[in-house]
Ligand binder design. Structure first.
Ligand code: SF4
Ligand code: SF4
Length: 294
């Protein structure tokens, strides 16, 4: 199973637009949106949901009012101020509960339960590009790394069932837990950057991350005409780390126009920008272990 994971050190580099274009260009693939904190691949892919399920994670204390004798012990031991006493009735403010389980251990009546909490929803969908696995994390919920791991497992399972040997994933921005989860078992990590001081700085961080996990990576410089000096600096950096630069793309309003149409930049009538993206897709094939003509 081959897995292309498209990431960037920060948001706004065009990562999702490019992932959608690759999803359009790849002949057979499963598409996966791993940017679970702020998913937006669905805006282009327009998925029709086939199956969905709850994402349960973390824990939160829950007091059984019928067993509670209102002794107040839980409120005393909770270091997070998550337990409230309203007229002798003890309840947990779930938004404040850190899941430490101390109250559960100290309750003399065993009146505190500790169930999994509903943190979001995962989806298996169909799109005009093929199957898509995606999710929505509920507002304020954490554990997005765990949700990414769940989505990756579902994408692999789906690909195996359909006899597809490629997964194209839109990863999360940054270098935190969800990105690290999204990198696992990647065949190739495509790092999308732009020639700015923060673009170079963020690129250095994600390159370090890929090296740490010994994952093959390649760089795509988007909005390459923004700053020639930083474009050169990115090339120098990539050369020093032995990372291939698979292409450059100019700053082009066609990206926004395609977004507004709800299309990938390679859909519809051919444009110079679309042609460049097709060339980059072709450049990626040998790195993904596919023949150059696919
Ligand atoms: S420690 Fe148990 S019995 Fe005491 S107030 Fe809390 S939930 Fe109720
Ligand atoms: S699990 Fe920990 S944080 Fe949550 S209510 Fe109990 S003591 Fe407080």
């Amino acid at each position: 199973m081959r897995e292309l994971v498209v990431i960037s050190g920060k948001g706004g580099t065009g990562k999702t637009s490019l992932t959608a274009a690759f999803a359009h260009l790849a002949e057979k693939k499963v598409l996966c949106d791993l940017d679970v904190d702020a998913p937006d691949l669905h805006l282009i892919a327009e998925p029709t949901i086939q199956r969905s399920g709850p994402f349960l994670s973390g824990h939160v204390a829950e007091i059984d009012g019928t067993a509670c004798t209102s002794c107040g012990t839980c409120m005393e031991v909770c270091a997070y101020g998550a337990i409230q006493n309203v007229d002798g009735r003890f309840t947990v403010a779930s938004g404040h509960c850190e899941g430490c389980k101390v109250c559960v251990a100290f309750c003399p009546e065993q009146a505190i339960d500790f169930p999994d909490r509903l943190c979001g929803t995962w989806y298996e969908s169909e799109t005009r590009f093929g199957p898509m696995i995606h999710a929505q994390l509920d507002p304020g919920q954490e554990n997005s790394g765990k949700l990414v791991t769940l989505l990756k497992a579902k994408a692999r399972e789906h690909a195996q069932q359909k006899g597809v040997d490629l997964i194209v994933s839109d990863g999360a921005p940054g270098i935190g837990c969800p990105v690290i989860s999204s990198l696992s078992q990647a065949t190739l990590v495509l790092l999308v950057t732009e020639p700015t001081p923060s673009g170079l700085h963020d690129l250095e961080r994600v390159v370090d991350l890929c090296r740490h996990f010994r994952l093959p990576s390649a760089v795509l410089i988007n909005k390459a005409d923004l700053n020639q000096g930083y474009q050169t600096a990115i090339h120098t950096f990539c050369q020093s780390r032995d990372i291939p630069v698979v292409g450059h793309l100019p700053h082009d309003p066609e990206v926004t126009r395609a977004m507004i149409r709800g299309q990938a930049v390679t859909e519809g009538p051919e444009t110079p920008f679309g042609a460049q993206v097709r060339q980059i897709w072709a450049n990626l094939q040998p790195l993904l272990g596919a023949p150059a003509h696919t």
